[in-house]
Design a protein around this ligand. Structure first.
Ligand code: AMP
Length: 547
């Protein structure tokens, strides 16, 4: 017997319709590429998203055709989130920090037909447009009068002129909720990037889950600043969850330096911000020396790479901001776990609570996870045993776009598919997961594993250290030994010996790095994560002391 409830497809258009009807006057504030501040409401967003949908119809774009963006976080990008997907097309958000060759490669791979870009990326588009034959329409995300006369890009139009010519009268189509809605290519540190292809169903379910109190806890009383880019895994789904909750949205545009982010937080009374540790490093680096404080910020989600405990402490103790450590990946839409305490933890001491907060957190309903050993058997949830982390759920990929890379899933005894994350983790008895490493970054010393994240976290707690990256170096006896590459804070001093002494008592003796290498910078990838492959290349002539 089937249930007798209405069956409505979960579509992204329903989010914007809801926001328009129930939170029409909630504000969306954007710092534009031009530097000025733009303000409008969800009502305006909905209206202009419909204009965009009509403009796409005008190009005779078919169902599931790809429309690409090369853009910062801002209101026009937000209109693409709803206008493109809502009308049945697929939004392909491109990471502008990728190499131009790689951008051309993914535009061709995705067969993008329209590409909308912020003016910041005009030189990039000028460099690649001739290599992108599938693109029929180039659109500059700017006012008509800001479009330079001769860009060399055939048929280039300004977004405002383009959608301005279209009516806001548009009925969102209804279709299968499993239809593709957007796509995002993985960072692709090895080989060509592969794309996760999200669906309306996966995106809407993720939006619901992300808003829950023990997840991102978004509400109509929040002012939310997604510093995490809309070109990387849909800004952790915040644009969709925002429409669902009616929170005020504040977009930083291209200005991601500490000063600009701080000023925006204060001016717009931001209560909630989300971003990767490197961005918060810049923010704290700006605030510390000037003695600045927050007047409105209450919570921040930090994820994308391990959040150093020293950062969690700084936010909480110095600034009264609660840090929610989160873990996820492109293949997971991206949220997998978030670290919020349980009731029984509230009675614990600050130090004990801190030990929990450092972990990547517990599963959100919708994501099941397990750790397995080399034989594929599930390992104990004891907080000590580590293994390969596998996940499954309705917003986890089943396959990559165009079947690239074959079947990525691992089957269990019941035939259910699990996605191997490539991360190594422990899970404790309360279900809190802690990432030890990417499997390829784990350091194998004398048959034992050393977590590079643990080694980096200790270095990061030293006041003279701005950034630390731990890698394994070949060793004839131990196989590998850890070294730590360190970027010093401007004006700060620390010697190799002092830093090695700093490790004493903080980790087992055999896990203390064999050496400290001071570097100007750690290479970062297109999403702000440390590029250890590149770092290892830079260290190819390095020899461990005594070898
Ligand atoms: P991406 O798909 O580019 O977002 O990268 C996903 C990967 O980033 C994960 O598989 C992890 O290795 C890493 N990652 C994300 N969040 C965290 C976190 N909180 N701590 C440690 N690693 C993380």
């Amino acid at each position: 017997m089937l249930g007798l409830m209405q069956s409505q497809p979960l579509l992204i258009s329903s989010l914007i319709e809801f926001a328009e009807r129930h939170h029409g006057d909630a504000e969306i504030v954007s710092r534009r590429v031009e530097g000025d501040i733009h303000r409008y409401t969800y009502r305006d967003l909905a209206q202009r998203s419909r204009q965009l949908a009509n403009a796409l119809d005008g190009l005779k774009l078919g169902f599931s055709d790809r429309v690409a963006s090369l853009a910062w976080n801002g209101y026009r990008h937000m209109e693409m989130y709803f206008g493109v997907s809502g009308s049945g097309r697929v939004l392909h958000t491109i990471n502008p920090r990728l190499h131009p060759e790689q951008i051309a490669w993914i535009v061709n791979h995705a067969e993008d037909q329209v590409l909308c870009f912020d003016m910041t990326f005009l030189p990039l588009v000028q460099a690649v447009h001739a290599k992108c034959p599938t693109v029929r329409q180039w659109v500059a995300l700017c006012d008509a009068d800001k479009l330079p006369a001769d860009t060399g890009i055939p048929g280039l139009v300004s977004y405002e002129a383009w959608i301005g010519a279209s009516s806001a009268d548009y009925a969102w189509p209804e279709f299968d909720e499993n239809s593709a809605s957007s796509m995002c290519y993985t960072s692709g540190t090895t080989g060509n990037p592969k794309a996760a292809l999200y669906s309306h169903r996966s995106t809407t379910l993720h939006a619901y889950a992300a808003a829950l109190p023990d997840v991102m806890c978004l509400s109509a009383r929040d002012a939310v600043l997604p510093v995490v880019p809309m070109f990387h895994v849909n800004a952790w789904g915040i644009p969709y969850s925002a429409a669902l909750t009616g929170c005020k949205l504040v977009f930083p545009g291209p200005a991601l330096d500490g000063k600009s982010v701080y000023e925006l937080i204060e001016a717009e009374k931001v209560t909630y911000a989300a971003g990767v540790p490197t961005v918060w490093q810049m923010l704290l680096g700006h605030m510390g020396p000037s003695g600045l404080k927050f007047s409105s910020l209450k919570r921040t989600v930090i994820g994308g790479s391990a959040c150093p405990p020293a950062m969690i402490t700084a936010f909480q103790e110095q600034y009264g901001v609660e840090v929610l450590h989160a873990w996820g990946m492109t293949e997971m839409s991206p949220l997998g776990t978030l670290c919020t305490l349980k009731n029984k933890h509230l009675a614990l001491s600050k130090d004990e609570q801190m030990k929990i907060r450092q972990k990547q957190g517990r599963s959100i309903y919708g994501v099941d996870m397990k750790i397995v050993g080399g034989d594929g058997n599930e390992l104990a949830w004891d907080g000590k045993t580590y293994g390969d982390l596998l996940v499954r759920g309705p917003w986890v990929v089943q396959a990559y776009y165009k079947g690239e890379g074959g079947d990525p899933l691992v089957r269990d005894a019941q035939g259910r598919g699990w996605f191997p994350t490539g991360d190594v983790a422990t899970i404790d008895a309360d279900g809190f997961m802690q990432i030890t490493d990417r499997s390829k970054d784990v350091i194998k010393s004398g048959g034992e594993w050393i977590s590079s994240i643990d080694i980096e976290n200790i270095a990061m707690a030293h006041p003279a250290v701005a950034m630390a990256a731990c890698v394994g170096m070949p060793h004839p006896k131990w196989d590998e030994r850890p070294i730590v590459c360190v970027v010093k804070r401007p004006g700060a001093e620390v010697t190799r010996e002092q830093l090695l002494a700093f490790y004493e008592g903080k980790t087992a003796k055999w896990q203390i790095p064999d050496d400290v290498v001071f570097v100007e910078a750690i290479p970062l990838g297109a999403t702000g994560k440390m590029l250890k492959t590149k770092l290892r290349e830079q260290l190819k002539d390095y020899r461990l002391p005594g070898l």
